[in-house]
Design a protein around this ligand. Structure first.
Ligand SMILES: [Zn+2]
Ligand SMILES: [Zn+2]
Length: 282
C-alpha cells in the first residue's frame, strides 16, 4: 500500500520544477499569478493531505482486502486491465467530484481545493486532510467488488491525481494544433473553468483525466474569451491559514447543526446542497 502513496512523492521533484518555472515566468511578467502566502499554505495542505491519506490507507486496507474476497471476477494484471482500471476509476472520479460539489458532507472537504483566489500549479497541491472522513474511498469500492486488486485501484487513483497537477495553470491558454485533445482530455483551459466562480462556469467540468464524462453528462462548459475566470468560491473567503482552510465548511456546518431545533433537520444540513452565494441551482 505504501508504494501507491510513493507515486506522488516520487513525482514531487517534477511538480516543484513546474511550480518554479511558472513562478519565474509570472514573476517576470509581474502578473500576480502567485502569492507566496497562498503557495505556502498549498504546500502545507499537500503534506497534511498525504499524511492523512497514508493513515487512512493503512486503516482501510484490511477492509478493502476483506471486500475483495466478494469480487465478481478474477482480474489479472495486464496492459488491457490496467487501461480498463484507469478508465473506470476516471469515470468514478467524475461522479465523486460532481457529488463533492453538490453534497455538503463532501464539499466540506473539497472546498479547500477551491478556496484560493489564485490559479497556478501550486493550487493542485491544495487538498484537504478530511477526504477520508468525507468518504472519498467509498467511490472506489465498486472497482474492488468487480475484482481489481486494492493495490491497482489506489495506484490508478494516485496516477489520476498526478495527471491533474498539470491542468492547474494559466500559462497554457489553449492547445493550438493539439486542440483535438481538448475533446478528449481535461486541459488547463477546462480546469480553469472548474475553478472559476463566475455564474456561467460554476459547478462545471468535473473531469479528472477524460473530459468526455462532462460532455456525456451535460456538465461541460468551454472557457470564453469574453468571460475571464474569477477564481475562488462565491463566499468572501480570504485566509492562508491551512487549518482555517481545512475546517472552514466543517465549522459552518457544525454551528448550523448545533442550532437545529430537531435532529430530523440534521440530514439536510449535512447532506443537502452546499450554500453558494449567487448560485441557486446547485
Ligand atoms: Zn472541484
Ligand atoms: Zn483543481
Amino acid at each position: 500500500m505504501i508504494p501507491v502513496e510513493l507515486i506522488l512523492l516520487a513525482l514531487s521533484p517534477v511538480f516543484i520544477g513546474f511550480i518554479a518555472w511558472e513562478w519565474y515566468r509570472s514573476h517576470q511578467a509581474a502578473n500576480g499569478v502567485y502569492r507566496w502566502q497562498d503557495s505556502l499554505a498549498n504546500a502545507v495542505l499537500a503534506l497534511l493531505h498525504q499524511g492523512s491519506d497514508m493513515l487512512a490507507l493503512l486503516l482501510l486496507m484490511p477492509f478493502f482486502l476483506w471486500l475483495h474476497q466478494f469480487r465478481l471476477f478474477d482480474i489479472d494484471l495486464t496492459a488491457a486491465t490496467v487501461a480498463l482500471a484507469f478508465l473506470l476509476q476516471d469515470f468514478l472520479y467524475y461522479w465523486f467530484h460532481r457529488a463533492s460539489h453538490h453534497i455538503r458532507w463532501l464539499w466540506a472537504s473539497h472546498v479547500a481545493h477551491h478556496s484560493s483566489r489564485q490559479m497556478n500549479f501550486s493550487t493542485a497541491l491544495r487538498q484537504s486532510l478530511t477526504y477520508p472522513l468525507s468518504g472519498m474511498w467509498l467511490f472506489w469500492t465498486p472497482m474492488i467488488l468487480l475484482g481489481f486488486t486494492p493495490a491497482l485501484v489506489f495506484a490508478v487513483v494516485a496516477l489520476n491525481l498526478a495527471f491533474q497537477f498539470f491542468v492547474h495553470t494559466q500559462a497554457v491558454k489553449r492547445l493550438g494544433w493539439l486542440g483535438w485533445l481538448e475533446w478528449l482530455f481535461n486541459t488547463p483551459s477546462h480546469h480553469r473553468v472548474h475553478h472559476a466562480c463566475n455564474a456561467v462556469y460554476i459547478d462545471k467540468n468535473f473531469a479528472g483525466v477524460l473530459v468526455i464524462w462532462d460532455r456525456l453528462f451535460g456538465t461541460f462548459v468551454a472557457e470564453r474569451a469574453d468571460e475571464p475566470c474569477r477564481y475562488g468560491i462565491t463566499e468572501d473567503f480570504n485566509s492562508d491559514n491551512p487549518l482555517t482552510i481545512t475546517f472552514y465548511e466543517w465549522r459552518k456546518m457544525l454551528s448550523e447543526a448545533l442550532k437545529l431545533s430537531s435532529v430530523r433537520q440534521l440530514p439536510a444540513v449535512l447532506f443537502g446542497a452546499p450554500k453558494k452565494a449567487g448560485n441557486d441551482d446547485n
